[in-house]
Structure formats: structure tokens, C-alpha cells
Ligand binder design. Structure first.
Ligand code: DX5
Ligand code: ZN
Length: 223
């Protein structure tokens, strides 16, 4: 790992009554991307936001919008999120029977394509699509809610995927999402993650704490 790990705060933990200001504050605080959790009450047992909110947030930050689609079916909604201003569109391998087709849909929209794996999904499902993806998102909680505890079982999955990515020779980001805080971040960085999603830990303490939270998540103790 030569490059410093990047931090993508999840707006799921932001104050939804003033999302634009929250995204601006995180941008000013040094975040590397803004992680947007989209849930449909079907693929996961919670409902959050849709493309209109992504479009509204687009004007509040120049950072990449990292859109995590926890929805099924997904193909028919990809274009709407792309047009709304998403930069990275991550779909779940478990969201449908045609992962390759779904990735083609993302690519046809000109966006970076990510694939996420639930904690119980094996890494092998990614091997046939490794040439088609820009990002792998390892869920370190069962998706649906912020504030859950990190699943240690996913450390080994990160290590395996680090090897898969390195052997592929492709510049694929290895992102991890769920229960990432100052205690768990060092372990996932050590396992080869290049991008950490953090909701609760990133937004803790209000806007005055965001820069410090980001530095500490990166492991930059000088802050
Ligand atoms: C869970 C979401 C996560 C979540 C992370 O389904 O994908 O992005 O917001 O929240 P924390 O960091 O609080 O676990
Ligand atoms: Zn997420």
C-alpha cells in the first residue's frame, strides 16, 4: 500500500434535515468521497433515499459521489442514479441473477462500477467479473442500518480479495463498509482495504469534529 487510505463518510449518519450542509462540511473536512446508501425496503429491511437526493447533493460537493445501491431489482434504476450525478455505482452481487448484465448497464452509463458482497457471500462470485469492475465493496455488517458492530469474519475476506485484485493487475479499489471506527480501521487497512466507509464514526461529534474524525480513521495520528 503506497497510497494513503481514503475515507468515504456515509451520509446515513448525517443530519437528514440539512444534508447539503453536512456534505459541504465533510468535503471541507477532507473526506475523499461521499458515500450514499440507497435502500429499498426489499433487498434490505430499511428505506432511505433515491436519485433526487443524489441530484440535490451533487451541487454541494466536488467529491466523487459513491452510490451504494442496496436495491433489487437494480438494473432499471442505474441510469437514474447516473444521470443524477453518481460517480461510482456499486451494486450487490446478491441483487439479481445477472451480475454481468448489471455491470454492463453501469458501464454503459459511463460510471465506475462497483460490486458489493454481503457478509455471507463468498469471494468466488467476483472472479468471472473481475475484468469488468473498478471497485469491490466488502460489507462488514449485514446491510440495512448504520451503527452496527463490525464482523471480524470479513477481515479474511478482505485479505483474499486483496490477493485477487493484486493478481488481476487491475486498479480495483477495495472498499469496506459497516462498523468502521477508530478501533476497527487499522485492521481493515492492514488487510488491504483502500477505501473506508464510515457513518457513525465519521459524523460523531458534529461538524467541528469531522476533520479530526477523518484523520483518525486514516490512521493519521498527527491530527
Ligand atoms: C449499511 C450501510 C453503511 C452504513 C455504515 O447498510 O451500507 O454505509 O451507513 O454505517 P456505520 O459506519 O455506522 O456502520
Ligand atoms: Zn454503504
Amino acid at each position: 500500500m503506497n497510497e494513503p487510505v481514503r475515507i468515504a463518510p456515509s451520509i446515513l449518519a448525517a443530519d437528514f434535515a440539512c444534508l447539503g450542509a453536512e456534505v459541504r462540511a465533510m468535503t471541507d473536512a477532507g473526506a475523499d468521497a461521499i458515500h450514499v446508501d440507497v435502500m429499498d425496503g426489499h433487498f434490505v429491511p430499511n428505506i432511505t433515499i433515491g436519485p433526487d437526493v443524489v441530484r440535490a447533493l451533487r451541487d454541494h460537493s466536488d467529491l466523487p459521489l459513491d452510490v451504494h445501491l442496496m436495491i433489487a431489482p437494480v438494473d432499471s434504476f442505474v441510469a437514474a442514479f447516473a444521470e443524477a450525478g453518481a460517480d461510482i455505482i456499486t451494486v450487490h452481487a446478491e441483487a439479481g441473477p445477472h451480475l454481468n448484465r448489471t455491470l454492463q448497464v453501469v458501464k454503459s452509463c459511463g460510471k465506475l462500477a462497483g460490486v458489493s458482497l454481503n457478509p455471507g457471500t463468498p469471494t468466488q462470485v467476483l472472479e468471472p467479473v473481475i475484468e469488468d469492475i473498478d471497485l469491490i465493496l466488502v460489507m462488514s455488517v449485514n446491510p440495512g442500518f448504520g451503527g452496527q458492530s463490525f464482523l471480524m469474519s470479513q477481515i479474511e475476506k478482505l485479505r483474499v480479495l486483496r490477493g485477487v485484485i493484486d493478481r488481476s493487475g487491475r486498479a480495483i479499489d477495495l472498499e469496506v463498509d459497516g462498523g468502521i471506527n477508530f478501533d476497527t480501521a487499522p485492521a481493515v487497512i492492514d488487510a488491504g482495504a483502500t477505501m473506508l466507509v464510515a457513518g457513525t464514526a465519521a459524523f460523531a461529534g458534529g461538524a467541528g469534529s469531522y476533520a479530526d474524525n477523518i484523520r483518525r480513521l486514516r490512521g493519521d495520528v498527527r491530527g
